[in-house]
Structures are given as structure tokens and as C-alpha cells.
Design a protein around this ligand. Structure first.
Ligand code: SAH
Ligand code: SF4
Length: 422
């Protein structure tokens, strides 16, 4: 993997804003760690540490996963298929804690946004992220965060104005799904077989995704998931596992602003659906909107898309394109977009720009979005216009930003100076 925080400044661009921010903090595990979200291997090691003999560990992991992800157990006492002694031992050393909820907001359209507190504190402000549930007629989508803040500085994104505090752990990524299931009452009812044996039935973790409130997961919350690769990979593998949360990989979408070296890895090691935040059809404009383009320009990004493992008409890449009035929304842009992605099995999500306090852009006119969409559609690509959801509670794409992490202009300048001199 290319070190994400190395060489932030291509030659000749010394005066430009930094492309990537460095994390200000590292995760410090609490004295009593939570078992939520650990891979089977790590959980087995934890069990080994409390004296569970090696030959039993696989079965115990299976039982604990069943209680955690099949039934939503919140205490070790709920895990009735484990002996009382083991439950007591586990409770002494570990917890089943989910990330804490600081606030829950419900939009007029039913979208819910949770402000989530994670272990850690910076300048006496807690580490926080946001997580959003979007109910639709045929699905319910949970938008999950991968970082406190974001590595990058896209000029139209609220999260981009935030400092990068730290990466989330796999447990904190899985924890958002577990917590949302708790809040929505979205756990499967016990079945005779599972309550009698304690064994997770195949797919028992999430049950039939169609019948669940949370049927889909998108890594489109705060942060750039491919700059927190290992944690996102390990967390999503628990979310997708048939004995874990059992949300199939076809129903999980990872959105990246274009971290080219990690795109192939994402296909090979995670295997979920890929969304790419394109937003512009020339390097000149994309350099401004998505500064990471200065490091990985369009040519490299599109080559990585063409090489995405498993790409086919049934597994298309979604190109996201935010509609910014007078910036990237001309009909010439639409035609150039079609030429640019020629040959890539794709659909294009047109996202009306969601404004946030202090943003310098406006959303394109609806009529213009319609004409843009028609050009893309007539070229043979699905081009849905994403209805903004939860705008009244700042839950829509790019509006997420935990209140505690707002930066004053002076702080931002200081940070920029710091990053440039690092
Ligand atoms: N960091 C990743 C995923 C999180 S952002 C990425 O950039 O892809 C999820 C999507 O919301 C991205 O396509 C992003 O470009 C888009 N977005 C960001 N700010 C937005 C805004 N203000 N209005 C509409 N979409 C926005
Ligand atoms: Fe980060 Fe994505 Fe926002 Fe860009 S659009 S700043 S990569 S969250």
C-alpha cells in the first residue's frame, strides 16, 4: 500500500493547499475493550487471553457472533449458551459496548441522524462522527463514517473543512451498524433452532436483508474509507459475513474520492460495490473540487476503474457527480462525461449539491440537472438524480460534520501551515 500520508505535495505546487491531512491522534483502546466488530481471528485471540482452550475457540467465537450479530445481545448474561463462568470471566475483561449516542435527530422525511461519541478526546472535545439512516420504499440504507474528520479537503464538502482527528477502528465501523439496529429495533426474532442451540444459522446474523430496516450500507459518511483501508476492510467483512451482520457485499457500497493505489485492493480484499466521486471531467476543475486529483489525476483514476476486480454489467461502478451551478453542470460537461467513461460498466448518480453554512457553491437549477441527466441517459447510462434526504437536519451527502470539530478560520490556517511544514 502506498503510505497515505507521504509526499503530500507534488513538485511545483508548493503554494497550493495540502492534498492530505495527517491524523492528529491515534486510537487508544479503553482499558476494557468491546468485543463488538472484532474479526473471528482477533476475537479468538481475546478468548485465548481469558483461558479458553484453543480447541474450543472456534465454537465460542461462533456462539458469541450469533448473540452479537444475530440477536443484538447487549450483555454477556444474554449469551445463555455460554457457561456462567465464561460469561463472568468475559464481563470482567471486556464489554459489548457500542459507540455512544450524543444526539438523535429525525428529519421530516424519516431520515435519522445520530451524532456518535467514540473513545478519545482532543483539546477537551470528544471524538465524534455521524451516521445516517435513510428509509426508502424498497430499502433502508445506513450511511457509515470511516474517519473522525477527513484526510482530504474537497472544496464543496462540509466534512472536508474538518480536521482529521483519527481513523475509526473496525469495531467502531461495525458498531455503527449494530447501534443503528439497536435504535431501530432491527434485530431478528429468535428462531427455535437458534435459541435452542445457540448456533448462528447461515445468514442468521442479518436474516433476510429484504425484510430488514437496514438492508444496505454505504461508506459515504465522514471520511475517506480508502485512507483507513485495513479497518474498513476488516469491519466490512464482519458486516457482510453470513454469520455476522449478513448484509451482502452487493448491498454494500464503498465511495472513494479516488485513492487509486487502494482501489484494486478494495476489489480484491473487500469485494463490495464501488462508487467513485468524479464530479469533474477535466483535471483543471477536478484539481480544484477534489484536490486529491493533483496526486491521482483522471487518467489514472479511470484506469483504476477499468481494472476494478469483478467489474461487469451486473457489477457496475457508480460515478458520483455533484451538481454545482455554473461550475460543472454545462451540457458540454455532460457530453464530456459520457466520452470519459466510455467502455466502463457504470451508472451515474447526479447529486444535487447540499449547501452548508459557509459553502461557496450553489446547487444547479433543477431544469439543468434534468437536461444533464437526459444526455447521460441517452448515452446508455442509468443517471438517477439522488433526491436529497434529511436536508433539514444536515444529514445529506457532504453536510456531515460533528459540531465539536468546527474550525475557526485561524485554526484552519494554522493547520494548513502545519501540514505544509511537516
Ligand atoms: N470520502 C468519500 C465518501 C464520503 S462523501 C468520497 O468522497 O467519496 C460521500 C459523497 O458525498 C461523495 O460523492 C461526495 O463527493 C459527496 N458530497 C460531499 N459533499 C457534498 C455536498 N455538499 N453536496 C452533495 N454531495 C456531496
Ligand atoms: Fe472527504 Fe469525501 Fe468530503 Fe472529499 S467528499 S472531503 S473525500 S468526505
Amino acid at each position: 500500500m502506498t503510505a497515505p500520508f507521504a509526499a503530500t505535495q507534488p513538485e511545483g505546487l508548493a503554494a497550493a493547499a495540502p492534498i492530505e491531512k495527517r491524523p492528529l491522534e491515534r486510537y487508544v483502546a479503553p482499558a476494557k475493550p468491546s468485543l463488538v466488530g472484532l474479526s473471528r481471528v482477533v476475537l479468538a485471540d481475546m478468548l485465548g487471553a481469558v483461558g479458553v482452550p484453543e480447541r474450543q475457540r472456534r465454537m465460542r467465537v461462533q456462539q458469541i457472533w450469533h448473540w452479537l450479530y444475530g440477536r443484538g445481545a447487549q450483555t454477556f448474561d444474554d449469551m445463555t449458551t455460554l457457561s456462567k463462568e465464561l460469561r463472568a470471566e468475559l464481563a470482567q475483561r471486556f464489554t459489548l459496548a457500542r459507540p455512544g449516542i450524543v444526539a438523535e435527530q429525525v428529519s421530516l422525511d424519516g431520515t435519522r441522524k445520530w451524532l456518535i461519541r467514540l473513545p478519545g478526546e482532543i483539546e477537551s472535545r470528544p471524538h465524534e462522527v455521524e451516521c445516517v439512516y435513510i428509509p426508502e420504499t424498497d430499502r433502508g440504507t445506513l450511511c457509515v463514517s470511516s474517519q473522525v474528520g477527513c484526510t482530504l479537503n474537497c472544496s464543496f464538502c462540509h466534512t472536508g473543512t474538518q480536521r482529521l482527528v483519527r481513523n475509526l477502528t473496525p469495531g467502531e465501523i461495525v458498531g455503527q451498524v449494530v447501534l443503528a439496529r439497536d435504535r431501530l429495533g432491527d434485530w431478528a426474532a429468535p428462531t427455535l433452532r437458534s435459541s435452542a442451540s445457540g448456533e448462528g444459522t447461515k445468514g442468521g446474523g442479518g436474516g433476510n436483508a429484504d425484510k430488514r430496516l437496514i438492508s444496505n450500507v454505504v461508506m459515504m459518511g465522514m471520511g475517506e474509507p480508502l485512507y483507513n483501508f485495513e479497518a474498513v476492510r476488516d469491519g466490512l467483512n464482519v458486516v457482510a459475513d453470513g454469520d455476522g451482520l449478513s448484509i451482502s457485499k452487493r448491498r454494500i457500497t464503498l465511495s472513494t474520492s479516488g485513492v487509486v493505489p487502494n482501489m484494486v485492493r478494495a476489489g480484491e480484499e473487500i469485494g463490495v460495490m464501488l462508487a467513485v466521486s468524479l464530479h469533474a471531467v477535466t483535471d483543471e476543475l477536478r484539481n480544484e473540487l477534489v484536490p486529491l486529483n493533483r496526486k491521482y489525476p483522471l487518467r489514472d483514476l479511470l484506469a483504476a476503474c477499468r481494472n476494478y476486480p469483478g467489474l461487469s454489467n451486473a457489477r457496475r461502478i457508480t460515478f458520483e457527480y455533484v451538481m454545482l451551478k455554473g461550475v460543472n453542470d454545462s451540457l458540454a460537461d455532460a457530453r464530456a462525461l459520457v466520452r470519459l467513461i466510455k467502455g466502463i460498466p457504470a451508472k451515474i448518480n447526479l447529486i444535487p449539491f447540499n449547501p452548508w453554512p459557509g459553502s461557496k457553491y450553489e446547487c444547479s437549477e433543477w431544469e439543468q440537472i434534468g437536461k444533464f441527466s437526459a444526455i447521460v441517459f441517452n448515452a446508455g447510462y442509468a443517471s438517477p438524480v439522488r433526491t436529497p434526504r434529511g436536508r433539514d437536519i444536515l444529514a445529506a451527502c457532504g453536510q456531515l460534520k460533528s459540531a465539536t470539530e468546527k474550525l475557526s478560520a485561524r485554526e484552519r490556517l494554522a493547520l494548513r501551515a502545519m501540514a505544509l511544514t511537516d
